[in-house]
Design a protein around this ligand. Structure first.
Ligand code: THU
Length: 128
């Protein structure tokens, strides 16, 4: 799937966000190496720290269904600007998708393609 189509899936996922506290909706679409797509949205909680970001929702859905090899993830938000993944999501991405493309898109139709290493050049990864 090309980046534009994956971004479209992320926008669809964004519409399902549960974000009554921030009113900031985020959507992610994760493509596995064998062509399957897992989407995710942010799911907030009245106990704010229990909130789950869109990226982690998508990754946890995939891993919990047996998929751990990822080609790329698209991330969009209702903010209209490029939405950078938070530190906690980058840590989770470090575990599963160090080499994957992170595709960011804004409402002007611009696209940035980055890797975890661009954000966290020395991320913590335990040897398996
Ligand atoms: N959020 C995400 O879903 N992904 C990120 O990488 C950044 C932040 C969500 C969490 C919260 O529901 C809202 O955006 C505002 O922080």
């Amino acid at each position: 799937m090309n980046n534009e189509d994956l971004i479209k899936k992320a926008h669809e996922a964004k519409e399902l966000a549960y974000a009554p506290y921030s009113n900031f909706k985020v959507g992610a679409a994760l493509l596995t190496k064998d062509g399957k797509i897992f989407t995710g949205c942010n799911i907030e909680n009245g106990s704010y720290g229990a909130t789950n970001c869109a990226e982690r929702t998508a990754i946890f859905k995939a891993v919990s269904e047996g998929y751990k090899n990822f080609e790329k993830i698209a991330i969009v938000s209702s903010g209209g600007e490029f939405t950078m993944p938070c530190g906690m999501c980058l840590q989770v991405m470090s575990e599963f998708m160090l080499d994957a493309d992170i595709i960011l898109s804004n409402d002007s139709g611009e696209i940035k393609v980055l890797k975890v290493k661009d954000f966290l050049p020395h991320s913590f990864v335990l040897k398996k």
